[in-house]
Design a protein around this ligand. Structure first.
Ligand SMILES: Nc1nc2c(ncn2[C@@H]2O[C@H](COP(=O)(O)OP(=O)(O)OP(=O)(O)O)[C@@H](O)[C@H]2O)c(=O)[nH]1
Ligand SMILES: [Mg+2]
Ligand SMILES: [Zn+2]
Length: 307
């Protein structure tokens, strides 16, 4: 019997596939691994597949159906290529927290550039606003305004104040979304708070390092009781932007790309050249200096990779 379904969990060579009648545990034949040399994982959560169910209930994936999109990051542990986090998604949401652990714009900017690259609609959620101190308030407001002015959707919320979750819930409703971010920022806690039928494990962040404990260990596609699906993913330390040529990077930073034509050199990298309109825009505050700093850092990492 041949049926189709959607991958809701992947734990290596076994996949959980949701079909119309039930959830199947399916195996992926080795040949699929040979075919996709550029990906560490040939199938990701959200992928649609054809399945063959044999008499003895053994289930094999026979075909991966075309994706309408995907989001991927650089493979880790010295592996080449990309690691696909999720496929067939409507919105990718990077979750950060204002404290414990404090957000990093470097992570956010790599994520946003990745969304530009894969043509995925992004959003940013800052959680734990109950922990925002007076001292940090001003800087936080500045950062969220920079992103809003760039046209990105920004949410601020706390699981301790349920009404702050409403706008995010509206975004999730009737769509397929994915949460990604560092460990301990509250991705699973937000899911549990938004969907009363979810009771997935969460854990406090380490008081010593202020980092999460990697509580969620594999990506899972979860149906939301109010409509839609959310893929909750394990926390990651760094969101590695997949390798590009260094001179392609500015195309993924709309605020920087906008000035390219005004630079003296048509191929200005905005790192060291004279008469660089980007550097001028940073000096007079038209480009946020943290965005420029993150751009330079990624640019340098691309150059290092080429050496
Ligand atoms: N003060 C405060 N704590 C929160 C909030 N949201 C989550 N937490 C706490 O943060 C800790 C980590 O939450 P998790 O939901 O496990 O974080 P996660 O992002 O899913 O982490 P991983 O699964 O490891 O990637 C838990 O102790 C939560 O109770 C919030 O809005 N405010
Ligand atoms: Mg989690
Ligand atoms: Zn320039």
């Amino acid at each position: 019997m041949e049926i189709t379904g959607q991958i809701i969990q992947s734990t290596g060579s076994w996949y959980k596939v949701a079909c119309e009648d039930r959830i199947y545990d399916a195996r992926l034949p080795g040949k699929f691994r040979l075919k996709s040399r550029l990906e560490t994982n040939p199938i990701a959560v959200g992928d649609k597949v054809s399945l063959e169910v044999l008499e003895d209930e053994t289930t094999r994936i026979t075909e991966i159906l075309p994706r309408h999109n995907r989001i991927a990051r650089k493979a880790t542990h010295g592996k080449k290529g990309e690691h696909v986090i999720a496929a067939n998604i409507d919105t990718a949401i990077v979750v950060q927290s204002v404290a414990e652990p404090v957000y990093r714009t470097g992570f956010i900017d790599r994520f946003l550039a990745t969304c530009e690259l894969f043509d995925v609609s992004p959003a940013i959620a800052f959680n734990k606003i109950d922990l925002l101190s007076k001292k940090n308030h001003e800087e936080f407001e500045y950062v969220i305004n920079v992103y809003r002015k760039l046209g990105y959707m920004v949410f601020t919320c706390s699981i301790k104040e349920p009404k702050t979750l409403r706008p995010l819930k509206e975004l999730l409703q009737d769509h397929l979304s994915v949460f990604m971010g560092p460990s301990g920022v509250g991705k699973t806690s937000i899911l549990n708070a938004i969907d009363k039928e979810s009771d997935r494990p969460v854990a406090s962040v380490s008081s010593y390092s202020n980092k999460g404990k990697h509580t969620t260990t594999f990506a899972e596609l979860i149906p939301l009781h109010f409509g839609g699906y959310l893929i909750d993913t394990p926390g990651i330390r760094e969101f590695g932007l997949i390798g590009l040529e260094p001179d392609e990077l500015s195309l993924l930073f709309p605020d920087i790309d906008r000035y390219q034509e005004e630079c003296r050199y048509y191929n200005c990298s905005h790192t060291h050249e004279p008469d660089c309109a980007v550097k001028d825009a940073v000096s007079n505050g038209d480009i946020a200096s943290f965005r420029y700093k993150n751009y330079i850092q990624i640019y340098k990492s691309f150059e290092d990779e080429r050496r």
